[in-house]
Design a protein around this ligand. Structure first.
Ligand SMILES: *[C@@H]1O[C@H](CO)[C@@H](O)[C@H](O)[C@H]1NC(C)=O
Ligand SMILES: *[C@@H]1O[C@H](CO)[C@@H](O)[C@H](O)[C@H]1NC(C)=O
Ligand SMILES: *[C@@H]1O[C@H](CO)[C@@H](O)[C@H](O)[C@H]1NC(C)=O
Ligand SMILES: *[C@@H]1O[C@H](CO)[C@@H](O)[C@H](O)[C@H]1NC(C)=O
Ligand SMILES: *[C@@H]1O[C@H](CO)[C@@H](O)[C@H](O)[C@H]1NC(C)=O
Ligand SMILES: *[C@@H]1O[C@H](CO)[C@@H](O)[C@H](O)[C@H]1NC(C)=O
Ligand SMILES: [Fe+2]
Length: 430
């Protein structure tokens, strides 16, 4: 008897679905769910509409399973399961549960408003970089969780430097990170981009654990993709290849895809007027250039990335560029080639008809290697607001003409900065 109980409890631990998380795919009306188990088995997902007019029964589909080997010195392996829920309706919520054999999770609920739906409906998107599993990241996550529970938030975008590092301790850090974000990632699409801390072994751990919208150019690698959500066209990029000499061909492939994607987005601007680009490394930041790390981030590497991308953003009238990497919050004005470009109105908390991209760094979700040097200059001509508090951003698409960006501090649990970005008469920047 004791032996049987022991065996059941052991096998339940081995088969229990863990680290369940959601992401949007390249198609609207779809949601991808991924999870992990120690042992392989028949992996399935059951889901059904919830809180809407339809009253369908549970639908069960099989997942695809792949084995990952975390290391050779001490063998440790695990199974990653991926399934895609289809035909989701925007006016429904969905309840789902995932299982391996006889072992199923509790059920989770998410909104069926996938990208491409509800172009006129206002929504909020949580956005940040550099989270990790340490104390400060946990604290940010607590506030994120409270906000996802008390407000209608459509999705989450994590601009790289995900777990510090997903592959460490034979992947146990990756497990820990995905366990940590479970309260928000089982209920919201958790979208990612690779940062420098995802680079190991050609981004292997990143590609194994996250599936982002697929496209041919990226070879389904989750490196870069774009999505239309309401009146915003989001482009998520991988800035690492600009800093890795051997990745010359990856650089070229992504730039060609980007130019093509921007061309199409510009032709669709009557319907989707805003273009926002997100990636890990930033173009502009103001850390003290006398410090080695700061000089590397804000001068050397930022310049390499600007040289590769800034003209493309400017010529294609990109509205807003969001990044992480620098572990603080810095909001900047419209900039082109390090010069502030004036729009029709440029107040502290409001830009109207900007003439060049506005830049925001929100890379303070969790990791801070050390406090930034307090002598770091804040007084660049284009600096609008700087904070060293841990926290994260929230973008609200209010309507076709108005976006609101807010930054929240997880130290004071307060909103610490905001800016309205307004575009009248369907004008585009520049
Ligand atoms: C969005 O709103 C505009 C203006 O009010 C309207 O013309 C358009 O049909 C709406 N689009 C959708 C998909 O509801
Ligand atoms: C790295 O991964 C990308 C995309 O998955 C692939 O195109 C490339 O060939 C890989 N590079 C190496 C060196 O394995
Ligand atoms: C990418 O994914 C699509 C959709 O699942 C599939 O049809 C295609 O073969 C994949 N391409 C590559 C290069 O893996
Ligand atoms: C913070 O980031 C730095 C550099 O990006 C990294 O070396 C360090 O391990 C990270 N620390 C924590 C606590 O996550
Ligand atoms: C950018 O402009 C600031 C002044 O706003 C100046 O201090 C800085 O050196 C300039 N950087 C470059 C790379 O020109
Ligand atoms: C968009 O929202 C702003 C802020 O709430 C409002 O002032 C403006 O009139 C709205 N514009 C349209 C076209 O609905
Ligand atoms: Fe980074």
């Amino acid at each position: 008897m004791i032996l049987i109980v022991f065996l059941i409890s052991q096998s339940s631990a081995l088969f229990t679905p863990m680290q369940v998380h959601l992401s949007w795919t390249e198609k609207s009306s779809e949601m991808c769910v991924m999870w992990q188990s120690r042992m392989s088995g028949e992996a399935k997902i059951s889901y059904r509409p919830y809180l809407c007019k339809q009253n369908f029964d549970w639908k069960t589909i099989n997942a695809q399973t792949s084995r990952i080997d975390f290391g050779t010195e001490m063998p440790r392996y695990s199974y990653i399961h991926t399934a895609i829920m289809t035909d989701l309706q925007a006016d429904c919520y969905y309840e789902y549960t995932v299982g391996i054999g006889y072992f199923w999770t509790e059920s989770f609920v998410f909104s069926g408003r996938t990208p491409g739906h509800d172009i006129n409906t206002s929504y909020k998107m949580m956005i940040f970089g550099d989270l990790g599993t340490h104390y400060h990241g946990q604290k940010s996550l607590n506030l994120m969780k409270t906000m996802t529970e008390t407000q209608e938030i459509l999705g989450i975008m994590h601009m790289g430097d995900i777990g510090y590092n997903l592959e460490y301790d034979q992947g146990l850090i990756g497990d820990k990170f995905l366990d940590m974000i479970k309260p928000i990632a089982t209920t919201h699409a958790y979208m990612t981009m690779p940062g420098n801390h995802e680079q190991a072994n050609n981004f292997t751990a990143y590609k194994q654990r996250f599936l982002m919208p697929r496209n041919e150019a990226s070879q389904n690698s989750s490196y870069f993709y774009s999505l239309n959500i309401g009146h915003v066209h989001y482009i998520c990029l991988n800035t690492n290849p600009f800093l890795i000499i051997e990745q010359k061909s990856e650089r070229k492939t992504m730039i060609n895809w980007l130019k093509d994607d921007l061309f199409k987005a510009n032709n669709n601007r009557n319907n989707v007027p805003w273009i926002i680009i997100l990636h890990h490394h930033t173009f502009y930041c103001t850390l003290n250039p006398n410090m080695e790390m700061s000089r590397k981030d804000c001068e050397v590497q930022a310049e390499i990335i600007r040289n590769a991308l800034e003209d493309i953003y400017y010529e294609n009238k990109v509205d807003l560029v969001l990044a992480g990497h620098v572990h603080r919050y810095e909001r900047q004005a419209s900039i082109y080639k390090n010069q502030t470009i004036l729009g029709d109105v440029d107040e502290q908390n409001k830009h109207v008809n900007a003439k060049a991209p506005i830049y925001i760094v929100s890379g303070s979700a969790g990791n801070r290697s050390n406090k930034n040097d307090p002598s770091s200059p804040y007084n660049y001509l284009w600096t609008r607001f700087v904070s060293d508090d841990f926290g994260f951003g929230m973008l609200t698409m209010i309507n076709k003409t108005t976006l609101l960006w807010e930054q929240f501090s997880s130290e004071s649990d307060k909103m610490i900065d905001y800016v309205y970005i307004i575009k009248q008469n369907n004008q585009t920047s520049s």
